[in-house]
Design a protein around this ligand. Structure first.
Ligand SMILES: *Cc1c(COP(=O)(O)O)cnc(C)c1O
Length: 388
């Protein structure tokens, strides 16, 4: 099939729910990718923060192939070694007590929401179910996570939405204190709001929210779906601050391109979702779990330090470009503020062979974590053509 036929058939047979860029990637190596015509791209998007080690990574491939040669799926009523290895590594690296595996970010957040509600039900009875989230947040596309998402424009068409979510203004601690009621059971937030424009929360704000939660036995849920798994230069973005969350959710980059989501439960919540209260048929699939284990094992301090160095290097280069007004984010999750229309700039960059993303009015960069200095330099030279 050539590219033109592909596009035609895509429009005809696939749901037209995505605003697609004019590109189809067929293969690659690391952060260097190729389309149908053999045109080369530098990847500053990693499939929206998914391909943590880029394309065709040897270690990652080996982990998948060796598991797939044994068995592809068993079921969650049987014991499963790849899951156990992954969960114990997550526990060792974060201090979490228990892990639940699922298939996506939204599904991980669903698990966290259920856990928070049940924790409160078990301890305080009915009517303590409200979850505070932030305006401008993004937590997923399912009904409950869409309800949790604090963006009015996303609360159209699909009423009735799930009850029990309260939205507060990010970085406004008084607004947060005022919004806590007897009904509040949890707070859910992203340390850096990804989809909404790569917006960092203030450290002081997060710390105060966390302290207040502890005081009131309100669970702190951190959505690390995008910020997790080394993305910000720490294993999880909350580790950039002195925080101890009760629940952490993650997905995107965890298995380097295989579908998996995880909910990490810390001390308060380790026994809340008891036998029969939650599940997922595909959750923690052995192939995905083996891939995730291979990714997680490599995210050590040395590697994460390199992520930070690459981040500083890219940020400094961007800030020297004339049309760059500011750079937000952390690690290899960066947002570029510019007067240009972000979507148009992204299209033009893709035309020049650089895959970037957008988030609201920003150009968003999420390169593979193992991107090389050479690949970064090629990418930056293309950004310079548009932003300088
Ligand atoms: C992408 C994302 C989600 C949703 O993840 P899916 O795998 O698409 O369901 C949830 N929260 C955040 C912060 C995300 O970036």
């Amino acid at each position: 099939m050539n590219f033109e036929t592909l596009k035609k058939k895509d429009k005809k047979y696939l749901l037209n729910n995505y605003a697609k860029f004019d590109v189809a990637i067929v293969k690659g190596q690391g952060a260097t990718l190729y389309d149908y015509d053999g045109k080369e791209y530098i990847d500053f998007g990693s499939g929206i923060g998914v391909n943590s080690f880029g394309a065709n990574d040897l270690v990652w491939k080996k982990a998948i192939i060796s598991q797939i040669k044994k068995i592809q799926h068993t079921c969650n009523l049987y014991y499963n070694e790849p899951q156990v290895k992954l969960a114990s590594l997550l526990s060792k690296k974060t201090g979490c007590k228990k892990v639940f595996f699922c298939n996506s970010g939204a599904e991980a957040n669903e698990g966290a929401i259920k856990c928070a509600r049940k924790y409160s039900f078990d301890k305080y009875g009915e009517n303590r179910y409200e979850i505070i989230t932030l305006k401008n947040s993004f937590h997923g596309r399912t009904m409950a996570t869409l309800s949790a998402t604090g963006q009015e424009e996303m609360h159209k068409y699909f009423s009735p939405f799930s009850e029990g979510f309260v939205y507060v203004k990010a970085n406004d601690i008084e607004n947060f204190y005022k919004s806590v009621t007897k009904k509040t059971c949890a707070v859910m937030l992203e340390i850096i709001q990804g989809e909404s424009g790569v917006i960092n929360l203030d450290e002081e704000y997060i710390t105060k929210v966390a302290e207040y939660c502890k005081l009131k036995d309100i669970l702190l849920i951190i959505d690390e779906v995008q910020t997790g798994n080394g993305r910000t230069g720490k294993l999880y973005s909350y580790m950039n601050y002195n925080l101890s969350p009760d629940i952490v959710t993650t997905a995107k980059g965890l298995a380097g391109g295989m579908p998996i989501g995880a909910v990490l439960f810390f001390k308060k919540t380790e026994n809340t979702l008891s036998t029969g209260t939650h599940g997922s048929t595909f959750g923690g699939n052995p192939v995905c779990a083996a891939a995730a284990y291979s990714v997680l094992k490599r995210l050590d301090d040395f590697f994460l330090e390199e992520v930070k160095q690459k981040s500083d290097y890219i940020k400094n280069a961007l800030l020297s470009m004339k049309k760059v007004k500011s750079v937000t984010g952390m690690g290899l999750m960066l947002g570029i503020e510019t007067d240009l229309d972000a979507k148009e700039a992204a299209k033009s960059l893709i035309g020049k062979g650089l895959l970037v993303l957008t988030a609201k009015n920003k150009i968003r960069l999420l390169p593979p974590l193992n991107i090389t200095k050479e690949e970064i330099d090629i990418g930056l030279s293309k950004l310079k053509e548009v932003l300088d």
